[in-house]
Structure formats: structure tokens, C-alpha cells
Design a protein around this ligand. Structure first.
Ligand code: GLC
Ligand code: CA
Length: 549
């Protein structure tokens, strides 16, 4: 059985990873070409975001055909080659399955629109209460109403995301059977894991107006969600102990995650939750400009760490993915302490209890996009909200500034391989602009530098293999209310790990209340550590991973 607790996952957004044929799009051959790079880093799995046939309104999260590969990414032969080459290197492939919705171009939806009752029941069509009024006031995650009117039926269909992403009706057993078939198809290809996209939204609850929020409380962690996940587990991946799974849980609760990722629940191996990445929002409102709340960040992480452990449930731990701004731009300090802060953030996340996920380019300290003009943005969510912000009365400039901070495109600029044209990503015209800092931030340079951010990530991955305490240790929060220090301890079979991080550019002398001289330092981001008795004198963005037996 694969031990996912000792594993590290590397996430690839193929469109921006590596282009081998000069069309400006990354492709599957590009992933195969870079497997040795991933092996050097030490990751055990790669999670590849969707590369199935898709009109690409949402970069592949709008699937038109779950059984075929979008020709822009390559062919089934390319996929099989990738699988075989990954296997040779003992790297498992994890596919990203989008089952909350399909593309409106999917055959099922096309048949539904043509009036075929069998396929209409694959989706969620409903009458409005009166002419011109949708069934509920729910909002789409990408802005606007979550319902789209279809004149031929005088009905609306539900789309929690883009209008081209109609939600599937999981209450229909035929839909669940189709999905099982798809999962089994990819299992037979030799896939070793799955990530399930916004999977806690599949079971819709009651269709009522929401006068407090955008409707999410009526369809998030819905009434049959645990039953549907258990069924999927039982009929597909649960039959193969080598397969690991992670569910993306949108606006979820701890109580539900104990079950989604509980040791004995037979649902999923682990979960992504996002509360810790909303600390620079206002409540659930992302399109605002507020500094991040450090104490809140710490409290949320501590709470999830302790509670999930207490309920024997497993976290996926991460800062970055294709939907998030770059962490070094978000919680670090690119201007003055780029390297130090990127390493500190890495150590903070990798020593937590959970399986760490590294998002392509994070291991290089890649930063947010440097776009100055709205025409450089590609993401449907960013473009919609740019307009919505102005409809609410913001100036175009202010709206742009907010997009620059929060856009998902911040994490989607091409991977920076070297200092050649387009950072070595493509010989053609990239589908989205490269960050000009590829001249200084790139893999080629960092692979040669023993002190690079890449080298630091590599050490973190290696430490997890060497020290069981990182994978299996109990978790204890420290300095819970300290405004600057993020510290915690892990315990395992008489050993202790003490992870101490300074989250700011200001030096600080921190009293740990125990003798730190008993520990040895496994890894830090400065040449030496200043420890005296109980005190650690922390330099800007310093991290130290201390250990004692
Ligand atoms: C998830 C994906 C995101 C996508 C959305 C709808 O949040 O990570 O990229 O837009 O689901 O599928
Ligand atoms: Ca290509």
C-alpha cells in the first residue's frame, strides 16, 4: 500500500508547464520531458490538472469528453508514454476529475438541450417562480446568477461556475454510474491517484433563496455527499489500495472533513480546504484589497491541524495551486527577502501534519504575474470580476489593482525554466505572458545553486523521507497569540520536532520557554542559528527546524 502520509505531490498545470511543439501551449510530452526535474526534487506523485477534450472556457475544468485527450495537449499515446516514463521513475500520476459539472459542449448536455428527457435528467433544470425570475437567487462563483434560462423549455439550468459549466445531477443514479465508468477507465490506464474537483458541491440540498449569502449553504457538503463519496470509493478507486485520492472542498467545515478524509470512513485519502487562504479576503469576498491577517492564518491552520488529528483525518497541506496567487507574493516579501521568505513559507507548510503539495514554480519562488494591462489576463473569473467591480462603482484602475492581487492568473504564468526567450517555456508565443523576472528566477539557475529555493524544497522533501516524525508526529501549536512568530511542535516515539518561523522582516528575540540548546537544527534558511537557552534570536523571515531525540 502506498503511504500517502510520507509522500509529496507536485502539481502541474500543463498548459503553462512546458511546450514541446512551439504552439504556445504546454503539453503532455512537455511533462514527460521534465520528469527528471521532478524526480530531482523528490516528489512521489504528480497531479496534472485536466487535459481532456474541452472548449477551455475554464482551462479544462469544462470537460467535453472524459475519455479523450485534448489534441492541444497531445494524444492517448503521449499519455501512455507519460504513464510509462513516470512509472520507471516511480512517480505516480494523479488525474484531476471534474464531476460537479461538464462543459455545455458535452454530448450529454447537447442531448439535454435537444430535449432528450434521459439527458435532461443528467443536469439540473428547474422552472422559475415567475416569468424572468430564476429558481433561486444563487450566485455563480464566477459572478452573476447561477441559473441560465433555456427558452425552449421555459426552464433554467444550474451552473455554479461559468454558464458553459452546467452542474450534473448526482441524485440520478445513471449519472453516478457514468462517473464510475470514467474513473475505472483511467484506473485501467495505470493512474495512481485522483483529485476530485469541488467534490463537496455534488449533492445539492434544498433549492431556496439565500438571503444571507450567495447560496453556498444550500449546496455545500450537501445531504447525500458522504453516501455518494462512499459509493464512488466502493465501486472504483477503493478497490485498489495503491490509489490515493484528494478532494477539493469548497467552503467546507471541519466536521465534514473528519468524514471525507477519516481513516475509517472509506471516502477519500485527504482533503484540500481553503479557509487559511481567505485571510486576505473580507469574509467570503475575495475581490477586495486588505492586508493578510497573520493571527487568523495561524489560528485557522492550528485549528485544522489539531482537530483533524483528533478525529484521525488527513489533510493535504499547501499554499499554492492554479487558483491562488503565488505565496511568496502573498505572505512573503518579494522586494527585500524573496529567498528567505519563500524558504520560511516552505518550511512552515512542509512540517505540518499532512501531505504537502508543491505547485509548479513554487519550488523556484515564482512570484505573481507582472501584468499591467487587463488585456494580459486570460482567466474568466478575473475578467468577470473586473467588470463586476466597476458595475459596483469602482474606478477601472482600482478594479485592476484588485485583480492584480487576487487573479488566478498570478499562478498561471509559464513555468520559468531558464533565462532564454519566454523563460524556456515555449519557442512560440505563449498563451499567457511570462513574468519578466525569469531572467533571475528560473530552474536552470537554481539547480546549480546549493542555496537556492529549489535546493531548500528538495531538502524538505528528503527530510520527510528520513524523519518519520514529519509524517506521523502529533501536532502541538506554540505561541498561539504571538503577532509575528509561527511555531509548532511535533511528537513521535520519544522524538520532538520544533519548527520556529518569523513571518516578518523585523528581527525578534523569542522566548520559547524551554531550553532550545537541547535540539539540533535539521534545516534553516540562514547559515547559522542564534539560540541561547530558551531564546531564539530570529532574523528576518527566519525559519529553523529543530529536532531532538
Ligand atoms: C476548482 C478548480 C478551478 C475551477 C473550478 C471549477 O476550483 O480548481 O480551477 O475553475 O473548480 O471547475
Ligand atoms: Ca504545445
Amino acid at each position: 500500500m502506498t503511504d500517502f502520509k510520507k509522500s509529496v505531490v507536485y502539481q502541474i498545470y500543463p498548459k503553462s508547464f512546458y511546450d514541446t511543439n512551439g504552439d504556445g501551449w504546454g503539453d503532455l510530452k512537455g511533462i514527460t520531458a521534465k520528469l527528471d526535474y521532478i524526480k530531482t526534487l523528490g516528489a512521489d506523485y504528480i497531479w496534472i490538472t485536466p487535459f481532456f477534450v474541452s472548449p477551455q472556457k475554464d482551462n479544462g475544468y469544462d470537460v467535453e469528453d472524459y475519455y479523450r485527450i485534448d489534441p492541444r495537449y497531445g494524444s492517448m499515446e503521449d499519455f501512455e508514454e507519460l504513464c510509462a516514463e513516470a512509472k520507471k521513475r516511480d512517480i505516480g500520476l494523479m488525474l484531476d476529475m471534474v464531476f460537479n459539472h461538464t462543459s455545455s459542449r458535452h454530448e450529454w448536455f447537447q442531448k439535454a438541450l435537444a430535449g432528450d428527457p434521459k439527458y435532461k435528467n443528467y443536469y439540473i433544470f428547474k422552472k422559475g417562480p415567475q416569468k424572468g425570475v430564476p429558481p433561486t437567487n444563487w450566485e455563480s462563483k464566477f459572478g452573476g446568477s447561477a441559473w441560465e434560462y433555456v427558452e425552449a423549455f421555459d426552464e433554467y439550468y444550474l451552473h455554479l461556475f461559468d454558464v458553459t459549466q452546467p452542474d450534473l445531477n448526482w441524485d440520478n443514479e445513471e449519472v453516478r454510474k457514468e462517473i464510475q465508468k470514467i474513473v475505472r477507465f483511467w484506473m485501467e490506464k495505470g493512474v495512481r491517484g485522483f483529485r476530485f474537483d469541488v467534490v463537496n458541491l455534488i449533492s445539492k440540498g434544498s433549492f431556496e433563496d439565500d438571503f444571507e449569502g450567495d447560496g453556498r449553504r444550500f449546496y455545500t457538503d450537501g445531504p447525500n455527499i458522504h453516501q455518494y463519496l462512499q459509493e464512488l470509493n466502493r465501486t472504483t478507486f477503493g478497490t485498489d489500495a495503491k490509489i490515493i485520492t484528494v478532494g477539493e472542498m469548497s467552503s467546507t467545515s471541519l466536521e465534514n472533513c473528519y468524514r471525507y478524509a477519516g481513516e475509517t470512513e472509506k471516502e477519500l485519502s485527504m482533503v484540500f480546504s481553503f479557509h487559511h487562504l481567505k485571510v486576505d479576503f473580507m469574509g467570503n469576498e475575495k475581490w477586495v484589497m486588505v492586508p493578510f491577517d497573520f493571527k487568523k492564518l495561524k489560528h485557522i491552520i492550528f485549528d485544522w491541524q489539531t482537530q483533524m488529528a483528533k478525529h484521525k483525518a488527513w489533510n493535504a497541506v499547501f499554499w499554492c495551486n492554479h487558483d491562488q496567487p503565488r505565496v511568496v507574493s502573498r505572505f512573503g516579501n518579494v522586494e527585500k527577502y524573496w529567498k528567505e521568505s519563500a524558504k520560511m513559507l516552505a518550511a512552515t507548510i512542509h512540517c505540518l501534519r499532512g501531505t504537502p503539495y508543491i505547485y509548479q514554480g513554487e519550488e523556484l519562488g515564482m512570484t505573481n504575474a507582472d501584468f499591467t494591462d487587463m488585456s494580459q489576463y486570460r482567466d474568466v473569473e478575473s475578467l468577470n470580476h473586473y467588470q463586476i467591480l466597476q458595475d459596483k462603482g469602482l474606478s477601472a484602475d482600482d478594479a485592476k489593482r484588485i485583480v492584480q492581487i487576487h487573479s488566478r492568473d498570478n499562478g498561471r504564468t509559464p513555468m520559468q525554466w531558464n533565462d532564454e526567450k519566454n523563460g524556456g517555456f515555449t519557442k512560440g508565443k505563449p498563451w499567457i505572458g511570462c513574468n519578466a523576472n525569469f531572467h533571475t528566477i528560473n530552474a536552470c539557475q537554481e539547480l546549480q545553486d546549493k542555496d537556492s529555493i529549489f535546493a531548500f524544497y528538495k531538502k524538505l522533501v528528503a527530510l520527510r523521507k528520513e524523519y518519520d516524525i514529519i509524517a506521523y508526529g502529533d501536532f502541538e501549536p506554540k505561541a498561539e497569540n504571538h503577532p509575528q512568530v509561527f511555531a509548532y511542535k511535533r511528537y513521535y516515539e520519544g522524538q520532538t520536532l520544533f519548527v520556529i518561523n518569523n513571518f516578518y522582516g523585523k528581527e525578534i528575540c523569542w522566548d520559547s520557554q524551554e531550553n532550545l540548546e537541547d535540539y539540533t537544527c535539521l534545516l534553516g534558511n540562514y547559515e547559522s542559528q542564534q539560540i541561547k537557552g530558551q531564546e531564539a534570536a530570529l532574523k528576518p523571515y527566519e525559519t529553523m527546524i529543530l529536532y531532538k531525540k
